[in-house]
Design a protein around this ligand. Structure first.
Ligand code: SAM
Length: 284
Protein backbone atom coordinates (compact mmCIF):
# COMPACT_ATOMS: atom_id res chain seq x y z
CA UNK A 1 0.00 0.00 0.00
CA UNK A 2 1.11 3.52 -0.72
CA UNK A 3 1.27 6.35 1.82
CA UNK A 4 -1.04 9.35 1.98
CA UNK A 5 0.81 12.54 2.94
CA UNK A 6 -1.14 15.54 4.24
CA UNK A 7 1.11 18.41 3.23
CA UNK A 8 0.83 21.98 4.51
CA UNK A 9 1.64 24.70 1.95
CA UNK A 10 2.04 28.51 2.31
CA UNK A 11 -0.85 30.81 3.30
CA UNK A 12 0.59 33.68 1.26
CA UNK A 13 4.37 33.93 1.25
CA UNK A 14 5.68 31.26 -1.13
CA UNK A 15 8.81 30.66 0.95
CA UNK A 16 6.76 29.46 3.92
CA UNK A 17 7.08 25.79 3.08
CA UNK A 18 9.18 23.17 4.83
CA UNK A 19 12.09 21.33 3.23
CA UNK A 20 10.32 18.08 4.00
CA UNK A 21 7.13 19.27 2.26
CA UNK A 22 9.16 20.06 -0.88
CA UNK A 23 10.87 16.64 -0.76
CA UNK A 24 7.53 14.86 -0.43
CA UNK A 25 5.85 16.90 -3.20
CA UNK A 26 8.77 16.05 -5.52
CA UNK A 27 8.91 12.36 -4.69
CA UNK A 28 5.26 11.23 -4.55
CA UNK A 29 3.54 9.68 -7.58
CA UNK A 30 0.58 12.03 -7.46
CA UNK A 31 -0.51 15.33 -5.86
CA UNK A 32 -4.21 15.76 -5.07
CA UNK A 33 -4.73 19.54 -5.04
CA UNK A 34 -7.84 21.54 -4.21
CA UNK A 35 -7.33 23.74 -7.28
CA UNK A 36 -4.66 22.47 -9.64
CA UNK A 37 -4.25 25.85 -11.40
CA UNK A 38 -3.79 27.63 -8.08
CA UNK A 39 -1.21 25.10 -6.85
CA UNK A 40 0.68 25.21 -10.16
CA UNK A 41 2.15 28.57 -9.16
CA UNK A 42 3.69 27.08 -6.02
CA UNK A 43 4.83 23.89 -7.76
CA UNK A 44 6.36 25.84 -10.67
CA UNK A 45 8.14 28.16 -8.23
CA UNK A 46 9.91 25.11 -6.75
CA UNK A 47 10.35 23.24 -10.07
CA UNK A 48 8.05 20.39 -9.02
CA UNK A 49 6.60 18.44 -11.96
CA UNK A 50 4.67 15.71 -10.13
CA UNK A 51 1.30 14.95 -11.82
CA UNK A 52 -1.62 16.77 -10.19
CA UNK A 53 -5.31 15.96 -9.98
CA UNK A 54 -8.17 17.99 -8.52
CA UNK A 55 -9.61 17.04 -5.14
CA UNK A 56 -12.16 19.57 -3.90
CA UNK A 57 -15.46 19.78 -2.04
CA UNK A 58 -17.50 19.10 -5.21
CA UNK A 59 -15.75 15.86 -6.22
CA UNK A 60 -14.53 14.80 -2.76
CA UNK A 61 -16.52 11.57 -2.43
CA UNK A 62 -15.86 10.29 -5.96
CA UNK A 63 -12.22 11.36 -6.01
CA UNK A 64 -11.55 9.85 -2.56
CA UNK A 65 -12.57 6.44 -3.93
CA UNK A 66 -10.22 6.79 -6.91
CA UNK A 67 -7.33 7.93 -4.68
CA UNK A 68 -7.87 5.07 -2.22
CA UNK A 69 -7.73 2.65 -5.16
CA UNK A 70 -4.45 4.19 -6.32
CA UNK A 71 -3.03 3.95 -2.79
CA UNK A 72 -4.22 0.42 -2.14
CA UNK A 73 -4.07 -1.41 -5.44
CA UNK A 74 -1.41 0.55 -7.30
CA UNK A 75 0.74 1.22 -4.23
CA UNK A 76 1.05 4.88 -5.22
CA UNK A 77 2.26 7.51 -2.76
CA UNK A 78 -0.04 10.52 -2.78
CA UNK A 79 0.27 14.03 -1.32
CA UNK A 80 -2.86 15.99 -0.47
CA UNK A 81 -2.56 19.78 -0.57
CA UNK A 82 -5.09 22.60 -0.38
CA UNK A 83 -5.06 26.12 -1.83
CA UNK A 84 -3.44 27.43 1.33
CA UNK A 85 -2.17 26.16 4.65
CA UNK A 86 -3.01 22.83 6.19
CA UNK A 87 -5.45 20.54 4.35
CA UNK A 88 -8.59 19.61 6.34
CA UNK A 89 -8.41 22.87 8.32
CA UNK A 90 -11.62 24.37 6.86
CA UNK A 91 -10.52 22.61 3.66
CA UNK A 92 -11.33 19.26 1.97
CA UNK A 93 -9.65 16.02 2.96
CA UNK A 94 -11.54 14.59 5.90
CA UNK A 95 -13.41 11.93 3.87
CA UNK A 96 -10.16 10.72 2.30
CA UNK A 97 -8.24 10.57 5.58
CA UNK A 98 -11.08 8.86 7.45
CA UNK A 99 -11.44 6.17 4.75
CA UNK A 100 -7.67 5.70 4.53
CA UNK A 101 -7.45 5.19 8.30
CA UNK A 102 -10.35 2.74 8.23
CA UNK A 103 -8.46 0.74 5.59
CA UNK A 104 -5.37 0.77 7.83
CA UNK A 105 -3.38 2.86 5.39
CA UNK A 106 -0.43 4.98 6.39
CA UNK A 107 -1.40 8.65 6.70
CA UNK A 108 1.52 10.99 7.37
CA UNK A 109 1.11 14.69 8.23
CA UNK A 110 3.75 17.10 6.92
CA UNK A 111 3.13 20.07 9.24
CA UNK A 112 3.49 23.69 8.25
CA UNK A 113 1.47 26.90 7.90
CA UNK A 114 -2.04 27.23 9.23
CA UNK A 115 -3.74 30.66 9.32
CA UNK A 116 -5.47 29.94 12.65
CA UNK A 117 -2.23 29.14 14.49
CA UNK A 118 -0.22 31.92 12.83
CA UNK A 119 -2.96 34.43 13.70
CA UNK A 120 -3.41 33.22 17.25
CA UNK A 121 0.27 33.35 18.18
CA UNK A 122 0.63 36.96 16.99
CA UNK A 123 -2.77 38.15 18.22
CA UNK A 124 -1.97 39.15 21.77
CA UNK A 125 -5.00 37.17 22.95
CA UNK A 126 -4.43 34.31 25.39
CA UNK A 127 -3.14 31.17 23.67
CA UNK A 128 -3.43 29.02 26.78
CA UNK A 129 -6.64 27.32 25.68
CA UNK A 130 -8.53 28.02 22.47
CA UNK A 131 -11.39 26.79 20.30
CA UNK A 132 -11.10 26.73 16.52
CA UNK A 133 -14.53 27.68 15.14
CA UNK A 134 -13.60 27.92 11.45
CA UNK A 135 -16.16 29.79 9.33
CA UNK A 136 -19.39 31.07 10.83
CA UNK A 137 -22.56 30.50 8.83
CA UNK A 138 -23.05 32.92 5.91
CA UNK A 139 -26.73 33.23 6.93
CA UNK A 140 -27.27 36.02 9.47
CA UNK A 141 -29.80 34.17 11.60
CA UNK A 142 -27.70 31.01 11.86
CA UNK A 143 -24.49 33.01 12.42
CA UNK A 144 -26.06 34.89 15.35
CA UNK A 145 -27.25 31.60 16.81
CA UNK A 146 -23.74 30.13 16.54
CA UNK A 147 -22.26 33.20 18.25
CA UNK A 148 -24.87 33.16 21.02
CA UNK A 149 -23.92 29.57 21.82
CA UNK A 150 -20.34 30.80 22.42
CA UNK A 151 -21.17 33.78 24.65
CA UNK A 152 -19.99 32.13 27.87
CA UNK A 153 -17.10 30.12 26.35
CA UNK A 154 -14.06 30.87 28.54
CA UNK A 155 -11.47 29.74 25.96
CA UNK A 156 -10.11 32.02 23.24
CA UNK A 157 -12.21 31.80 20.05
CA UNK A 158 -10.65 31.60 16.59
CA UNK A 159 -12.78 32.32 13.49
CA UNK A 160 -12.03 32.35 9.78
CA UNK A 161 -13.75 35.03 7.73
CA UNK A 162 -13.86 36.27 4.15
CA UNK A 163 -13.88 39.87 2.92
CA UNK A 164 -17.56 39.54 1.96
CA UNK A 165 -18.74 38.87 5.49
CA UNK A 166 -16.17 40.41 7.82
CA UNK A 167 -18.26 43.52 8.56
CA UNK A 168 -21.46 41.61 9.31
CA UNK A 169 -19.63 39.10 11.47
CA UNK A 170 -17.91 41.85 13.46
CA UNK A 171 -21.26 43.63 13.93
CA UNK A 172 -22.82 40.42 15.25
CA UNK A 173 -19.85 39.83 17.57
CA UNK A 174 -20.19 43.35 19.02
CA UNK A 175 -23.88 42.76 19.68
CA UNK A 176 -23.55 39.26 21.08
CA UNK A 177 -20.14 39.21 22.83
CA UNK A 178 -20.36 42.87 23.88
CA UNK A 179 -18.61 46.00 22.58
CA UNK A 180 -15.77 45.81 25.11
CA UNK A 181 -14.62 42.24 24.58
CA UNK A 182 -10.94 42.18 23.50
CA UNK A 183 -10.22 40.69 20.10
CA UNK A 184 -7.65 40.69 17.34
CA UNK A 185 -8.42 41.24 13.70
CA UNK A 186 -5.79 39.59 11.55
CA UNK A 187 -5.66 40.25 7.83
CA UNK A 188 -3.53 38.99 4.94
CA UNK A 189 -1.01 37.02 7.00
CA UNK A 190 2.45 36.67 5.43
CA UNK A 191 1.39 38.94 2.53
CA UNK A 192 2.23 42.58 1.68
CA UNK A 193 -0.77 44.01 3.53
CA UNK A 194 -0.44 41.88 6.66
CA UNK A 195 -2.23 43.63 9.54
CA UNK A 196 -2.70 42.46 13.11
CA UNK A 197 -4.76 44.74 15.36
CA UNK A 198 -5.64 44.05 18.99
CA UNK A 199 -8.48 46.14 20.42
CA UNK A 200 -12.06 45.91 21.67
CA UNK A 201 -14.58 44.44 19.25
CA UNK A 202 -16.28 47.84 19.01
CA UNK A 203 -13.05 49.61 17.99
CA UNK A 204 -12.15 46.88 15.52
CA UNK A 205 -15.55 47.24 13.88
CA UNK A 206 -15.21 51.02 13.77
CA UNK A 207 -11.80 50.86 12.08
CA UNK A 208 -12.94 48.26 9.57
CA UNK A 209 -16.09 50.20 8.70
CA UNK A 210 -14.20 53.41 8.07
CA UNK A 211 -11.33 52.06 5.97
CA UNK A 212 -12.23 50.37 2.71
CA UNK A 213 -8.75 48.89 2.48
CA UNK A 214 -9.27 47.20 5.85
CA UNK A 215 -12.18 45.19 4.42
CA UNK A 216 -10.06 43.52 1.73
CA UNK A 217 -8.33 40.16 1.84
CA UNK A 218 -8.53 37.14 4.11
CA UNK A 219 -9.24 37.37 7.82
CA UNK A 220 -8.85 35.56 11.08
CA UNK A 221 -10.73 36.93 14.09
CA UNK A 222 -9.39 35.92 17.50
CA UNK A 223 -11.75 36.77 20.36
CA UNK A 224 -10.90 36.70 24.05
CA UNK A 225 -12.91 34.09 25.97
CA UNK A 226 -15.57 35.08 28.47
CA UNK A 227 -13.94 35.79 31.85
CA UNK A 228 -15.55 35.62 35.27
CA UNK A 229 -16.04 39.41 35.36
CA UNK A 230 -17.88 39.19 32.06
CA UNK A 231 -19.64 35.94 32.90
CA UNK A 232 -22.06 37.63 35.28
CA UNK A 233 -22.94 40.33 32.75
CA UNK A 234 -23.27 37.78 29.94
CA UNK A 235 -25.46 35.57 32.10
CA UNK A 236 -27.64 38.61 32.86
CA UNK A 237 -28.02 39.27 29.13
CA UNK A 238 -28.78 35.65 28.40
CA UNK A 239 -31.53 35.63 31.00
CA UNK A 240 -32.94 38.90 29.65
CA UNK A 241 -33.17 37.33 26.18
CA UNK A 242 -35.02 34.29 27.48
CA UNK A 243 -37.38 36.30 29.68
CA UNK A 244 -38.23 38.76 26.92
CA UNK A 245 -40.14 35.98 25.22
CA UNK A 246 -42.39 35.54 28.26
CA UNK A 247 -42.68 38.81 30.17
CA UNK A 248 -42.55 42.59 29.64
CA UNK A 249 -39.24 44.34 29.09
CA UNK A 250 -39.41 45.95 32.54
CA UNK A 251 -40.03 42.61 34.29
CA UNK A 252 -37.35 40.82 32.24
CA UNK A 253 -34.78 43.40 33.32
CA UNK A 254 -35.90 43.35 36.97
CA UNK A 255 -35.85 39.53 37.21
CA UNK A 256 -32.54 39.15 35.38
CA UNK A 257 -31.01 41.74 37.68
CA UNK A 258 -32.34 39.97 40.79
CA UNK A 259 -31.07 36.57 39.60
CA UNK A 260 -27.58 37.65 38.53
CA UNK A 261 -26.86 40.73 40.61
CA UNK A 262 -26.11 42.76 37.45
CA UNK A 263 -27.34 46.37 37.76
CA UNK A 264 -30.73 47.04 36.16
CA UNK A 265 -29.49 50.00 34.11
CA UNK A 266 -26.78 47.78 32.56
CA UNK A 267 -29.41 45.31 31.40
CA UNK A 268 -32.03 47.85 30.37
CA UNK A 269 -30.27 49.21 27.24
CA UNK A 270 -29.40 45.66 26.23
CA UNK A 271 -33.04 44.59 26.57
CA UNK A 272 -34.14 47.54 24.39
CA UNK A 273 -31.55 46.53 21.81
CA UNK A 274 -32.72 42.88 21.86
CA UNK A 275 -36.28 43.96 21.39
CA UNK A 276 -35.54 46.19 18.41
CA UNK A 277 -33.26 43.55 16.82
CA UNK A 278 -35.56 40.63 17.70
CA UNK A 279 -32.60 38.98 19.41
CA UNK A 280 -34.69 37.16 21.98
CA UNK A 281 -36.42 34.80 19.53
CA UNK A 282 -33.96 31.89 19.79
CA UNK A 283 -32.55 32.35 23.25
CA UNK A 284 -28.92 31.26 23.60
N1 SAM B 1 -6.41 25.43 5.34
C1 SAM B 1 -6.19 26.82 5.60
C2 SAM B 1 -5.34 26.96 6.86
O1 SAM B 1 -4.63 26.03 7.21
O2 SAM B 1 -5.36 28.03 7.46
C3 SAM B 1 -7.50 27.58 5.69
C4 SAM B 1 -8.35 27.46 4.47
S1 SAM B 1 -9.87 28.32 4.57
C5 SAM B 1 -10.68 27.75 3.12
C6 SAM B 1 -9.45 29.93 4.08
C7 SAM B 1 -9.57 30.92 5.23
O3 SAM B 1 -8.40 30.84 6.04
C8 SAM B 1 -9.65 32.36 4.78
O4 SAM B 1 -10.98 32.75 4.47
C9 SAM B 1 -9.14 33.09 6.01
O5 SAM B 1 -10.13 33.15 6.99
C10 SAM B 1 -8.04 32.12 6.48
N2 SAM B 1 -6.77 32.47 5.84
C11 SAM B 1 -6.10 31.76 4.91
N3 SAM B 1 -4.97 32.41 4.56
C12 SAM B 1 -4.94 33.56 5.28
C13 SAM B 1 -4.04 34.65 5.37
N4 SAM B 1 -2.94 34.71 4.62
N5 SAM B 1 -4.33 35.65 6.22
C14 SAM B 1 -5.44 35.61 6.99
N6 SAM B 1 -6.32 34.61 6.95
C15 SAM B 1 -6.08 33.60 6.10
Amino acid sequence: MGTLYIVATPIGHLRDITLRALEILKSVDLIAAEDTRHSKRLLDFYGIHTPCIAYHEHNEVRQAKALLKDLKLEGKNIALISDAGTPLMSDPGYILVREAKQLNMRVVPIPGPCAAIAALCASGVSTHKFVFEGFLSPRAHQRQKELRALTLEPRTLVFYESCHRILNSLKDMVTIFGAHRQAALIRELTKIHETIVLDTLEKLLEKTEHEEEAQKGEFVVVVEGCHSRQTKAEEGKRIVRILLEQVSLKDAVMLASQITGVKKNHLYSYALHCQSEQLFVDGP
